[in-house]
Design a protein around this ligand. Structure first.
Ligand code: SAM
Length: 211
């Protein structure tokens, strides 16, 4: 799969990803180990794929865009909402100091825990629960990545951003959202629209009502 992975890195470069650390993380992370066997042959396509429980592993170029926008330096403590397959978690493990990740679906949580362990990532802490309330115990975070779309920016996550911290969060109707970059400067919160995106729903007490 090494050749296929190299080609994916080339595709990301062609799509405008310039951050060398981000490209290296994609080169190091074996996406085929994060998808079900039935779609493994498509693991290095730049496409979202089903991972079970009605959820998807996001498109690699979306992950890459997220990671590049955060301008990571390697020293950050990061909160990720929506572990899903654990793929983005492992990409992050190559780019930051510490990751705290939350998933609400038990079957995915268990599969991701195994995949993250197999990948040898040692700087990851995982929680099964509602990520819209964040993870107060380890706050504040230098960056927060929300991998599912909600009706609004979850307030507890804004409160858990460190000074100068950045959060990427898709906000809008279930069918299509706007990716927002939220930056905290003291008591002021700056919000910038980045791009239209399509994510699975963010369910929870500060998201869509749980099904
Ligand atoms: N980045 C993930 C990956 O690489 O596989 C993709 C995740 S998928 C697009 C979004 C995930 O968010 C799903 O696994 C879903 O169960 C999870 N999710 C939705 N609402 C959540 C919540 N309130 N707390 C935690 N996870 C949530």
């Amino acid at each position: 799969m090494r050749g296929a992975r190299r080609r994916l890195v080339e595709t990301l470069r062609e799509k405008g990803i310039r951050d060398l650390a981000v490209l290296r993380a994609f080169d190091l992370t074996r996406r085929h180990e994060f998808v079900p066997t039935g779609v493994r042959h498509r693991a290095y396509e730049d496409a979202p794929l089903p991972i079970g429980s009605g959820q998807t592993i996001s498109q690699p170029s979306i992950h890459a865009r997220y990671l590049e926008l955060l301008q990571l330096k390697g020293t950050e403590r990061v909160l990720e909402i929506g572990t899903g397959s654990g793929y983005q978690t492992v990409l992050l493990s190559h780019l930051v100091a510490q990751i705290f990740t939350i998933e609400r679906i038990p079957a995915l949580y268990t599969m991701a825990r195994e995949a993250i362990a197999r990948a040898g990532a040692k700087n990851v802490s995982m929680l099964l629960g509602d990520g819209t309330v964040g993870w107060r115990e380890y706050a504040p975070y230098d960056a927060i990545l929300v991998s599912a779309g909600g009706p609004s920016v979850p307030q507890p996550l804004v409160e858990q951003l460190a000074e100068g911290g950045r959060m990427l969060v898709p906000v809008g109707p279930m069918e299509e959202q706007t990716l927002k970059l939220v930056t905290r400067h003291g008591a002021t919160v700056e919000t910038r629209d980045v791009a239209p995106v399509r994510f699975v729903p963010l369910y929870g007490s500060h998201g869509w009502e749980q099904q």
